[in-house]
Design a protein around this ligand. Structure first.
Ligand SMILES: [Fe+2]
Length: 332
């Protein structure tokens, strides 16, 4: 297939079990991290990056069994999660005690900078989160102070350059390198307090999507589009997202009922498609492919693409594109 290097099937995701400082800490040790479109923020240079093409944002994933925790941390860019499967508690604050919200399939949370966040799979099955981090280089993770001590207790030391030393493998801190300084109280105090009452302000619930049949892409029979993140865009005839502040990328949901089609068009940005439900038929530069649940495909800039749903079930996919005001689709 011509664009095989732009397709990541859910079943082909290559996990890293020791991507981060907390991956030995009981409760966190079973989390799988994925870098789908890189470079990501992994602290392990062996982390597999599926697609290295710069997009202006990073796409990743976290898969965790019930009870598994992702420790409190913060980023230099915005971080967005879409729940693909499972039931998740998202907690704010350096000690995870400021606020909490429970998210389920199809719910979206957008965390601005300067918020400590962590999340736990509180459901009964393994769950997967689709994640977006802003920028080509999202920088390093800032861990909450408690995370460092626990990590060292279980054999991991984070270095200043962002890499990890695994003392259980006999590794030592290399000469000339220093451990990452503990996150200070001042750094913690620069973070915002987000309470449980504030949390709904950064979340979109799946039943609350503002579906529209009037956008440039959804004016075809059986097609609907919902703006989720980012400001209104006249060129695409799309209203502001429910979370309307600029992210430097837009994130939208697209729903195709059985039999629906979106005719051939081109785009001026890379178009990352992630399937939540059903099957999406696509033709890209005359090459056909079908995306299933959890699959990711990044459509090349300028390529000719068309979409359809020839299954008996509705299909819901998510589209991420660079910029706050991407250009309109050019129908052929
Ligand atoms: Fe994160």
């Amino acid at each position: 297939m011509k664009y095989a290097d732009r397709l990541v099937r859910y079943e082909d995701l290559v996990p890293c079990l020791n991507a981060f400082i907390d991956t030995r800490t009981p409760g966190s040790e079973k989390k799988e991290n994925f870098t789908v479109i890189g470079p990501g923020v992994s602290e392990n240079p062996d982390q597999h990056v599926h697609i290295g093409i710069p997009h202006g944002f990073n796409i990743g994933g976290a898969r965790q069994p019930p009870g598994c925790l992702n420790s409190q941390h913060s980023h230099l860019t915005s971080e967005v999660f879409l729940v693909h499967s499972g039931t998740w508690a998202f907690r704010s604050g350096a000690r995870a005690t400021d606020g909490e919200i429970i998210l389920r399939e199809g719910d979206v949370i957008s965390l601005p900078t300067n918020i400590f966040r962590g999340f736990e799979n509180i459901g009964e099955d393994t769950g997967y989160l689709f994640a977006i981090l802003g920028g080509d280089d999202p920088g390093r993770v800032l861990w909450a102070p408690d995370v460092f001590g626990l990590a060292e207790e279980y054999g991991l030391i984070l270095l200043e350059d962002g890499s990890l030393v695994d003392t259980t493998l006999g590794q030592e801190v290399p000469l000339g390198k220093s451990p990452m300084p503990l996150t200070t109280r001042e750094q913690v105090e620069q973070h915002r307090v987000v309470s449980s009452q504030d949390m709904p302000g950064i979340v979109i619930r799946s039943p609350d999507y503002a579906w529209s049949s009037d956008t440039a892409l959804s004016r075809f029979v059986g097609v609907q589009e919902a703006p989720l993140l980012g400001p209104a865009n006249e060129a695409e005839s799309i209203a502001a997202g429910t979370l309307d502040w600029p992210h430097e990328f837009v994130f939208r949901a697209l729903r195709l009922d059985p039999g629906a089609k979106i005719p051939p068009h081109r785009r001026s940005e890379e178009e990352v498609i992630f399937v939540l439900k059903g099957e999406l038929g696509m033709c890209v530069d005359r090459e056909k492919l079908t995306l299933g649940r959890g699959d990711t495909f990044t459509t090349p800039i300028g390529s000719e693409r068309l979409f359809w749903n020839d299954s008996q079930q509705p299909c819901v996919v998510y589209v991420t594109r660079r910029g706050d005001q991407p250009t309109e689709p050019n129908f052929l």
